[in-house]
Design a protein around this ligand. Structure first.
Ligand SMILES: [Zn+2]
Length: 118
């Protein structure tokens, strides 16, 4: 069974976007508890926290992007960013590596972990 991989930056971006949606859903649920001031306030606070968290995550993506190495994907010839030793192309999901030793090897996210002998 082949696992589906996607670029790390894309993954984090999806996570940040879902946090915004979760925040709005939580705030929307809070409206159903209008009669109970406290419950509604708690829902609103949780919703706000979730949206604030997503802003933080977006900021973090910005920081990561500046550290990521920009390369041109050999497969689709579009510029993409590589985070860590191995990452996927943002456009076509082609596995990319910055490490010559890993070139031609099967893509494995474990290569990004330390203490893994390749
Ligand atoms: Zn590509």
């Amino acid at each position: 069974m082949a696992r589906k991989y996607s670029s790390k930056i894309n993954k984090i971006r999806t996570f940040a976007l879902s946090l915004i949606f979760i925040g709005f859903i939580i705030m929307y649920l809070g409206i159903f508890f209008r009669e109970n001031m406290w419950v509604m306030t708690i829902f609103m606070m949780l919703g706000m926290l979730s949206i604030v968290a997503s802003t933080v995550v977006y900021f973090w993506i910005g920081m990561l992007s500046t550290k990521a190495v920009q390369v041109v994907c050999p497969s689709c010839e579009k510029p993409t960013k590589v985070l860590g030793r191995v990452d996927m192309c943002m456009h076509c999901n082609e596995p990319l590596t910055l490490d010559k030793d890993l070139e031609g090897k099967e893509f494995d996210e474990n290569y990004n972990r330390r203490n893994v002998k390749s």
